[in-house]
Design a protein around this ligand. Structure first.
Ligand SMILES: CC(C)(COP(=O)(O)OP(=O)(O)OC[C@H]1O[C@@H](n2cnc3c(N)ncnc32)[C@H](O)[C@@H]1OP(=O)(O)O)[C@@H](O)C(=O)NCCC(=O)NCCS
Length: 155
């Protein structure tokens, strides 16, 4: 399995996954193109036998990143693909010098919550609105040491 950036030729596959797993999101291929072109949104795909089997979407803000979506095709689940995509995204964020990642997860999504917890994410509170008529939790991964954030000089 390999992880690389999503390209134009993958958009229809990505759209199919979004429609299946995140039906409340109103996306089309043009929107994906624009989001990537913004330079703030990064999509990474997992490929096996030249086929896209999952993807993760990351959004970079000033000093913080957010995972907007992560999904793996049904036939490829429970084989560590999501974990690899998540690790890849975390390493990407670290390399950019950003020390904090946020994400939203449906309260009842046990598989995703376990995956995120094992990657070091902590529950920080309930999100202020529902998604898809479902209560949503906010989680964060903070990998800068607390004292490093408090430094007010660099010597
Ligand atoms: C959540 C999802 C991305 C996990 O993908 P996956 O490739 O099957 O996950 P992995 O194989 O990498 O699993 C990594 C860890 O996650 C947890 N996990 C994954 N699937 C699980 C399940 N069905 N039940 C319980 N734990 C699960 C386990 O802790 C697992 O580690 P382990 O194998 O050592 O026990 C996948 O189920 C999916 O695409 N779901 C639909 C979309 C979604 O809910 N996305 C997340 C919200 S943004």
């Amino acid at each position: 399995m390999k992880i690389t950036a999503v390209e134009e030729k993958d958009f229809s596959e990505v759209m199919a996954l979004i429609r299946a797993e995140f039906p409340y999101v109103s996306f089309d291929e043009e929107k994906i193109r624009k989001r990537i072109a913004s330079g703030k949104i990064f999509l990474f795909k997992a490929i096996e036998a030249k086929k896209l089997i999952g993807f993760i979407e990351l959004e970079m803000f000033e000093g913080i990143a957010r995972i907007n979506g992560l999904t793996v095709k049904l036939a490829h689940r429970k084989k560590g693909v999501a974990k690899k995509l998540l690790d890849y995204a975390i390493a990407f964020v670290k390399k950019k010098g950003v020390g904090r990642i946020l994400l939203l997860v449906k309260q009842g999504n046990k598989a995703a919550k376990k995956l995120y917890k094992e990657a070091g994410f902590n529950f920080i509170g309930m999100y202020n609105r529902e998604l898809d008529n479902t209560v949503v939790e906010e989680m964060e991964l903070d990998f800068l040491p607390k004292d490093a954030e408090d430094l007010d000089y660099v010597g």
